[in-house]
Design a protein. Structure first.
Length: 156
């Protein structure tokens, strides 16, 4: 059974990881995130915030269509869900009783990350530093709930 000091250290480390992760996650919105449409000077570079707005507009566009969306549109929408899911993880991190919810959200976020990379392959989009920092920040935010030594859902 972990000691009180060990639990306190784990809690502190968890918060440090989340704060650092949140800082990196937010910073990534202002950096070049992807390059599309060619190589070199012909490529269009999008910052993270533009990628988020495109994914959000794709999601909103689903409500106005009568035909089913293409796989590429669904992949873009799933990648856009990472941002609101991360917000839910951060907000729920203030309540230890919501650890199971955070773990479920963490699995959904990782699946959405995979959808993002499949989208990149299908659309020939090259991830840049902003994308990698966005992913790293998200994983740091999720890390405390996957750390060993933390209470499991059954022990909560």
């Amino acid at each position: 059974m972990p000691s009180s000091a060990s639990n306190q250290a784990n809690r502190w480390i968890g918060w440090v990881l989340r704060v650092i992760g949140l800082g990196i996650f937010v910073l990534a919105f202002f950096l070049p995130a992807v390059s599309a449409g060619g190589t070199g000077a012909a490529a269009t570079v999008f910052p993270g915030w533009k990628c988020a707005s495109i994914a959000l507009s794709e999601m909103a566009g689903l409500f106005n269509k009568t035909e089913p969306p293409s796989l590429v549109v669904l992949l873009a929408v799933f990648s856009g869900w990472i941002n609101p899911l991360i917000v839910l993880v951060v907000l729920s991190s203030f309540f230890s009783k919501l650890r199971v919810l955070r773990r479920v959200l963490g699995v959904l976020i990782v699946l959405c990350m995979a959808a993002t990379w499949i989208f990149f392959v299908k659309q020939k989009v090259e991830p840049l530093i902003g994308h990698w920092l966005w992913i790293a920040g998200a994983l740091l935010i999720l890390a405390p709930d996957a750390m060993p030594g933390r209470k499991t859902a059954i022990e909560s």
